[in-house]
Design a protein around this ligand. Structure first.
Ligand code: GAP
Length: 516
């Protein structure tokens, strides 16, 4: 199946099974804004717990905060967001559609990458085991020609981006004959900068109102509280502050589902260190964060680092952790060595000292910062991309059937256990309800008595429920139930009084945290 179709199926599965809905759907939706449904919110909460516990629970020197979305407007001046948090935009005069000029160019480059991948896949099929990808890349004329195009375009594009040269960005689009995906024409406007922050007004009268921004990242809430936490928590460097919260960006996007949203959630941690030790800590956090992803068991080969060659003015090292989505390797998390830029700026703009007295060194200094920053929604998309499958099942009579299943790690699954009476009579529903009532204090259980047992299993597979138990007539006689495992679809009989222990152990986050 083409990757585009895989992605489309994923999006419709999310809607059909109560994971993600378009926002304001009955009014035809709101671009790049989404709501999470009854299962989506559970998965999202579980992702957040995995991150929070791995930061705050497992590290003595990391604490959490929850700062406000509204902040003093000068914060965004100090951080550089008012002047430099921009996207270069271009409009097509025929379709009237607006695009990010940099994205149009990146997508054009990706087409050459795709051509190279296709050549490689063809050759791999032809040569089988003997195929040497490295040698093929170095010698195949078609691959080399495409690679030269990518390198030349990349060099020109980076130069234009670094120099903030908007005219040159437009010229690259013209020279490469990039067309509007909607109108198919090359009738482009000039490129201009567009600030991504949403602004609103605070104050009761229009004269007295002042412009405030909806925060575009949670990080600044941590920086401005750095001394509050350090002093009240008697924190000693190195230490970290973690936060989960909403962020807002007026993104110009199309067809990316929850990958790029206007309202989204971030999980950010700022780690404060002695100046000069930052690159060592940067290496440490790169390793720790990659381990966090890999512990989920989605395949180590599906992750990679993308180290930045073009660094933001405040960073002395930066990387992205990328996951192989159905639409290619894309960033899920950023890890940045942000130097002392932010604290220094806040010291200058607020006039308040942002220094730490280091008892070991006997001196005061502004700490350096390593940041780990991941989007909850993007992690959500990563998890469902990695676990959503359409599987073909061979039946005993030789015919086949398909099932849609979400192979979610048990800890992340919205519902851990579905409890199903085989029939709605003979006292079986009462036994099932009693089991749900006892186990609901331990983990998320669902009572399900509608449709045939086969259809109920399929429904739970599609939601990602790892365990189903069936109450049948034998249950009334010997207190045993059938437990069915989602991934293997195997079934076995188990005593009711063993359920709590058996399932609690499997769905508990601690087994995941112990892998870190
Ligand atoms: N404080 C640093 C910072 O905000 P970023 O690379 O702009 O860095 C960090 O964002 C992460 O936040 C990204 O890796 C991504 O997972 C998530 N993110 C950023 N913009 C997003 C958007 N518009 N929609 C969904 N997630 C987004």
């Amino acid at each position: 199946m083409a990757q585009e179709d895989v992605f489309k199926k994923l999006v419709s599965h999310c809607k059909e099974y109560g994971y993600v809905f378009p926002s304001s759907e009955i009014y035809d939706g709101l671009s790049a804004v989404y709501d999470y449904g009854q299962y989506g919110v559970e998965l999202k909460n579980n992702i957040k717990k995995y991150w929070w516990d791995s930061m705050v629970l497992l590290n003595d020197n990391i604490v959490g905060i929850d700062s406000a979305i509204f902040m003093h407007p000068t914060i965004w001046k100090a951080s550089g967001h008012v002047d430099a948090f921009n996207d270069p935009l271009i409009d097509n005069k025929d379709s009237k559609k607006r695009y990010r000029a940099d994205v149009l160019i990146e997508e054009h480059m990706a087409k050459f990458e795709e051509k190279i991948s296709k050549e490689i896949e063809k050759a791999r099929e032809k040569f089988g085991e003997a195929f040497d990808e490295k040698k093929f890349r170095e010698t195949n004329p078609r691959v080399l020609a495409n690679q030269i195009k990518i390198d030349e375009l990349e060099a020109r594009f980076s130069k234009a981006m670094n120099a903030n040269d908007l005219a040159e960005l437009r010229q690259i689009i013209i020279d490469n004959e990039i067309v509007c995906p909607v109108s198919g024409t090359r009738n482009w406007t000039e490129v201009r900068q567009f600030n991504l922050m949403f602004a609103t007004e605070m104050g009761s009268t229009s004269e007295g109102a002042s412009k405030v921004f909806l925060r575009p990242e949670t990080a600044q809430g941590i920086f401005v509280n750095f001394l509050n936490v350090q002093k009240t928590g008697r924190m000693k460097i190195p230490f970290g502050i973690a936060q989960i919260g909403k962020a807002f960006r007026n993104e110009i996007v199309a067809r990316q589902f929850i990958f790029r949203m206007k309202e989204f959630e971030q999980m950010e941690m700022q780690f404060f260190v002695q100046p000069g030790s930052e690159l060592e800590w940067y290496g440490y956090w790169k390793e720790i964060r990659m381990k966090w992803f890999k512990a989920l068991g989605f395949g180590d080969e599906n992750y990679r680092f993308h180290d930045h060659t073009k660094l933001a003015h405040y960073a002395n090292a930066a990387t992205d952790i990328e996951y192989k989505f159905p639409f290619g390797f894309k960033e899920v998390e950023g890890i940045h060595s942000r130097t002392d830029f932010d604290l220094k700026q806040h010291q200058e703009y607020s006039g308040k000292k942002m220094q730490y007295f280091d008892p070991e060194r006997g001196e005061s200094y502004i700490p350096y910062v390593i940041e780990t920053s991941i989007g909850v929604d993007r992690m959500f998309l990563h998890v469902i991309s990695a676990t959503h499958r359409e599987e073909e099942l061979k039946k005993e009579d030789g015919s086949s059937d398909t099932r849609v299943v979400m192979r979610l790690p048990s800890f992340l699954a919205p519902v851990k256990l579905a409890v199903m009476p085989l029939v709605k009579k003979d006292g079986l529903p009462e036994i099932a309800e009693k089991i749900v009532h006892e186990l609901k204090f331990e983990f998320n259980c669902q009572y399900d008595d509608k449709d045939s047992i086969g259809r109920r299993y399929r429904r739970q597979d599609a939601i990602g429920t790892p365990y189903c138990i069936t109450i049948d007539h034998q249950t009334a006689e010997d207190n045993t139930v059938t437990i069915r495992y989602r991934d293997s679809m195997e079934q076995e009989r188990i005593q009711i009084n063993q359920l709590k222990e058996t399932i609690s152990e499997k769905v508990n986050i601690s087994s995941l945290l112990k892998k870190l």
